[in-house]
Design a protein around this ligand. Sequence first.
Ligand code: IPE
Ligand code: IPE
Ligand code: MG
Length: 264
Amino acid sequence: MSQTSQFASSTRTIPQAGDVPRHIAIIMDGNGRWAKKRFLPRVAGHKRGVETVRKVVRACMDRGVEYLTLFAFSSENWRRPVEEVSFLMGLFLRSLEQEVARLNENGIRLRVVGDLSRFDAPLVALIRRSEQLTENNARLTLTIAANYGGRWDIMQAVNRLIVAHPEKAGHYQEEDLAPWLALAYAPEPDLFIRTGGEQRVSNFLLWQLAYTELHFTDVLWPAFDSASFQRAIDSYRHRERRFGRTSEQLVVAAPVSQADGENA
Ligand code: IPE
Ligand code: IPE
Ligand code: MG
């Protein structure tokens, strides 16, 4: 079996970039601190965070963003207290149950990426049903990364590639691996946002962030509002995405993909 992807790697070809990011990836961080500041249990912050998800999905639709990827639970978050982990699982299930019909009505395609083998069967079944229900929608692809880890992703892709193409061992190229990655259906993120003040990637999309613009904000996820979202978009607009070239080259560059090594 061979895999193909319509999207090339940003280290091989230069993607077309406009004022509005096609793909935004977000680490939704700071729920616990938001709750603590209000003398509430940490889980109250997670609950409030779901409301921010709704608002950000709406804001992406309004602006014509095509892909939104949200880090909901990392492969390292199992290290948290068992009560918090089970609350998060329950919240994921309830939110899916409550929201999927509305996502579908709004033309949103839902996808979940990550190692689902550790999730309870009813949650996995609901995830698959929700993905199927929304699979023909094309307005916005909303991806939830759940039990996701960037290293897990690279390793599962490597393992599947080797099984599919043992004859190429020792000669694999970037293009061979990319289609096996969990987000092969999406272009690489243009804009990465992390709320909550930490400036780290925490094992999120390691491969896919090669040329993504990074935006860190101290705003805690439950407090991330439309003004905060607009600030992230504005900051993106002012970036000069050079992809290895010089600033001078960009002035004359045609706004089409340029193959590696060609003069822009
Ligand atoms: C992010 O908020 C949500 C998840 C990781 C599930 P946190 O729960 O990490 O909140 P802080 O960082 O402790 O404030
Ligand atoms: C990253 O947040 C994971 C998610 C938002 C799902 P964490 O709060 O778990 O990250 P660290 O532990 O501070 O790096
Ligand atoms: Mg955190």
